[in-house]
Structure formats: structure tokens, C-alpha cells
Design a protein around this ligand. Structure first.
Ligand code: ARG
Length: 474
């Protein structure tokens, strides 16, 4: 038995003793890196094609290797492939299956490479695919916000700072706010992709190879944009994985802010949202409960993604050059963040599309919290009153309105004029949430025309139908 296990391993030549069973279990990665099978096979075919080009394989050998690898791929996909911890990782499994099939021709595949550049190549290919999938999922969330915007155009919500009512904001301004955040995530993904999309293949163990390989050729076959330049760097480098983990975590932080906001907005205290029941769950003891568990878990799962990023950073901290087995710990963290983020994004898109605003409840409380105080202050500034003076005048008026439990718009004109003689009838065009919004002017503000033109840009970007006239806010 032990003799048999000893001979199964590709590296066992120098060994005179079999691997301890516990060691096999402790060091294996096949339980999780089998997920790289497609990338490993693509990487090997690209490598073999290059070996043929430079004469290290002949045409017939390449043909057999390619056919053999594709056959292994289809067996894996049909669940007709046996995994064993004795073969450590996905690279060994596929190579062993190829050798079982082709004998000496299969034994040539590993020419001019090592598992150190191989695993890095596979991981880069996998992350590249993952980036492309996340980009689509992020675009779906953005599209969900843009698609619902025309029907929400008339809705005004309170904007908050310090969780205190601050200024009125169009609901669509909120939606486009998240589009901006997710666009930055997409831009970061695209930027990260450039550094991911560099070929590691052919760096071999850490020093390169004396064989006449052509790293540029294999990079081209695998669709890499460039070739990483230093073999020592390549086998130690996991920057691309860390960067990807950071970009995913930054996106999860955006999702968690959104989830937090919508959790509050769906409470009886806020009453801004009606969440779709299909995205809520109930309580085992309180019959009335409809809980926003999906939003809570989107927020909660962000924690493990922060943890994954932290683990990766600690993993590489102080690690000597070049490859060290510690690096095997990188994949589960990245896989987990990717799985978590993709599931969260898919659910977010559904929630954004299916949640309804409770327009009456929102409107009923919009004159609470003096959302128009800044509008009044800016009215005074336009009457040439210095900002600090105007701030003080409005502060005192708000205090008086609070004492009488009135909104600013219901203070008598005489009281407003007593506080500031420059005030005239026109002040009422600036009081109240809708007037305060209509008075907005600056680029990027919640001014209706600003929001409309931003929305048009998003609609164009996603080729969604432009708004009709009637839907626009007055
Ligand atoms: N399973 C290993 C990993 O994920 C592959 C590389 C192993 N290289 C080695 N020299 N032991 O990192």
C-alpha cells in the first residue's frame, strides 16, 4: 500500500518513504482547487501548443496531448473523474490522468514549467473569468436602479447626514448614487483585470528554464495581455489575488451600505419601502414579522469578505521569496469572496427591481425635519446676506418653528421679515421640500434637470428606453 502510494506521486523519485496519511490530508488542495480544472486544462493546452511551436513537442504529440486533455475535461464535467488526496492538487490529477492515457507523450507536458507558475497561471485565468462575471452582475444591479427610475421620478426622500434629516433628495438621485458606486467597482475590476491578465507561464519554479520555450507565444494562446517579467517575482506574486479580493470587498462595502439603508427604510419607523415578500422571511415566534433577512445577510456576509481580504494580506506578510506552500491558502479565500459577492449581487438586482416605494408614507412626513432650512439660507445669500449671518437667522427661525411645532413654510411672513427684512413673498418659492429641490442648480446636485440628464446618460449606457415627458418631475 505504502509502496503504491509512493509511486503514485510525480515527485517521489528522491523519496525512500511513503507520505504519511495525515500529511496527505493536511497538504492536499484538490478538495478546493478542483474548481480550477477548466483553467488548468486551458493553460496546459496553451503550454503544449507553445512547446510544439518551439519544437519541444512534435505535431502528433501535441495532437494527442490536446485530445487527451479535452477528454479529461469532458470526464470531469460528466462527473466521471476520480479525485484522491494522494494526488494533492488539480495539476497532479490532470497530469496523471493524461499520463495514464498517453504514457511517455503525457510525461512531456510538464516540460519547461513547474506547478509554481502553473498554479499562478490557472489562478489568473480563473480570476479573469470571475472578473467578467462580476462585471455582468454589477451591471445588472445598475440596470435595475436605472430601469425603475422613470417610475420613481416624482418621489422626494429626505437626505440624511449623521442619520439626521438634512436636505430633500429625489429618490432617483439615491438610485443613481448607487449606480456611481457600482460603476467605480466596475472600473476597479477592469483596472485590476489588466494586472491579472499577465502571463506567469514559463517562469517555472523560480528561475526560469534552460529550455527554448517562448513565453510570449503561450501568453498569446491564453489571451494574456502581457508577460510578467521576473521569474522570482512570478512565483511569489499574489498581488493580483489580493487586489481582486480588495475590489470585491470594496463592492461588498457598497452593498452593505445599501442594505443597511434599505433595512431602516423598510421599518415601521421609516415606512419608505415595501420589500417583496419573496425576499423576506418570518419569525418562528412572532406571527406578525416579515424580516429583511436577505438585506441583513448581504450586510452580514460583507464581514467574511473583509476577513478573507485580511487573511490574504496576513498570508503574504513577511513571506520569503519565491514560492512557499503557504500560498496554497490563497484560493479558498478568493473563491469564498467571489461566491459570496456574486450571490449578493444577484439578489440585490432582484430586490432593487421588486421593491416598491411607499409614496404616501414618505410624502406624509416630508415636511418634518426642516429639510428646506438650507434652501432658506441660500435664498438669503442670494439677497446678499453673508452666509454666516444667513445661517444664524435661519437657525433662529427653525428654533421658533420647532417651538410652535410648525414647518418653516407655515411661519407667518411677518415673523420671517422680522428676522430678516430682506425676505419677501418670493421666499415661498424656496420653502417646502419640492421647492428646495427645484431651486438646486449645481452640477451633480439633486436638481431635477441634473438628475434627468444623469439618468439619460445611464439609460443610454444601458440602451434602456429614454423617459417620456409625463414621467418627469415638475
Ligand atoms: N497546490 C499548490 C498551490 O495551490 C500548487 C503548487 C504546488 N507547488 C509546489 N511546489 N508544491 O499552491
Amino acid at each position: 500500500m505504502s509502496e503504491q502510494r509512493k509511486t503514485e506521486k510525480a515527485w517521489s523519485g528522491v523519496f525512500t518513504e511513503a507520505t504519511d496519511k495525515q500529511v496527505e490530508l493536511f497538504t492536499e488542495s484538490i478538495s478546493f482547487d478542483q474548481r480550477l480544472y477548466d483553467q488548468d486544462i486551458r493553460g496546459s493546452i496553451g503550454h503544449a501548443r507553445m512547446l510544439r511551436d518551439v519544437g519541444l513537442l512534435n505535431d502528433e504529440e501535441f495532437r494527442q496531448i490536446e485530445a487527451g486533455l479535452l477528454e479529461i475535461k469532458s470526464r470531469i464535467e460528466k462527473n466521471d473523474f476520480e479525485y484522491t488526496t494522494a494526488l494533492e492538487d488539480i495539476h497532479m490529477h490532470i497530469e496523471k490522468a493524461l499520463i495514464d492515457r498517453l504514457g511517455d507523450v503525457g510525461r512531456k507536458l510538464h516540460t519547461g514549467r513547474s506547478r509554481n507558475d502553473q498554479v499562478s497561471t490557472d489562478f489568473r485565468l480563473w480570476i479573469r473569468d470571475a472578473i467578467d462575471q462580476l462585471d455582468l452582475l454589477l451591471a445588472d444591479v445598475q440596470k435595475a436602479f436605472v430601469t425603475r427610475s422613470p417610475r420613481d421620478l416624482g418621489v422626494i426622500l429626505p437626505g440624511y447626514t449623521h442619520t439626521q434629516r438634512a436636505q430633500p433628495v429625489l429618490a432617483v438621485h439615491y438610485w443613481l448614487c448607487y449606480c456611481e458606486k457600482f460603476q467605480r467597482d466596475r472600473d476597479r475590476l477592469a483596472d485590476c483585470r489588466k494586472r491579472v491578465n499577465q502571463s506567469s507561464l514559463g517562469a517555472a519554479a523560480c528561475a526560469g528554464t534552460s529550455l527554448p520555450i517562448d513565453r510570449f507565444r503561450s501568453a498569446e494562446y491564453l489571451g494574456f495581455e502581457g508577460v510578467a517579467a521576473n521569474s522570482l517575482d512570478i512565483s511569489s506574486d499574489r498581488d493580483f489575488a489580493l487586489e481582486f479580493a480588495f475590489v470585491m470587498t470594496a463592492c461588498a462595502l457598497h452593498l452593505s451600505t445599501w442594505a443597511e439603508e434599505w433595512i431602516w427604510w423598510s421599518t415601521v419607523e421609516f415606512h419608505f419601502l415595501k420589500l417583496p415578500q419573496g425576499y423576506c422571511t418570518g419569525s418562528s415566534i412572532m406571527p406578525q414579522k416579515v424580516n429583511p433577512d436577505v438585506l441583513e445577510l448581504i450586510r452580514g456576509k460583507t464581514a467574511r469578505m473583509v476577513g478573507n481580504l485580511q487573511s490574504l494580506m496576513v498570508l503574504v506578510k513577511g513571506l520569503p521569496l519565491a514560492y512557499n506552500r503557504d500560498l496554497q491558502e490563497d484560493k479558498q479565500r478568493v473563491f469564498d469572496s467571489f461566491d459570496t459577492l456574486s450571490a449578493s449581487l444577484a439578489l440585490a438586482a432582484g430586490l432593487v427591481a421588486k421593491t416598491e416605494l411607499d409614496r404616501e408614507a414618505i410624502a406624509a412626513h416630508l415636511d418634518e425635519g426642516y429639510l428646506d432650512a438650507t434652501s432658506l439660507m441660500e435664498y438669503l445669500i442670494r439677497k446678499d446676506i453673508p452666509q454666516r449671518t444667513a445661517h444664524g437667522i435661519v437657525g433662529r427661525l427653525v428654533r421658533s418653528a420647532m417651538d410652535h411645532r410648525l414647518p418653516l413654510v407655515e411661519l407667518p411672513l411677518s415673523e420671517l421679515q422680522e428676522a430678516c427684512p430682506e425676505i419677501d413673498e418670493s421666499v415661498y418659492d424656496f420653502l417646502g421640500a419640492a421647492n428646495a429641490i427645484a431651486a438646486m442648480k449645481s452640477y451633480g446636485s439633486t436638481a431635477p434637470d441634473q438628475v434627468h440628464s444623469q439618468l439619460s446618460l445611464w439609460q443610454k449606457k444601458f440602451k434602456l428606453l429614454p423617459r417620456t415627458k409625463q414621467e418627469t418631475v415638475q
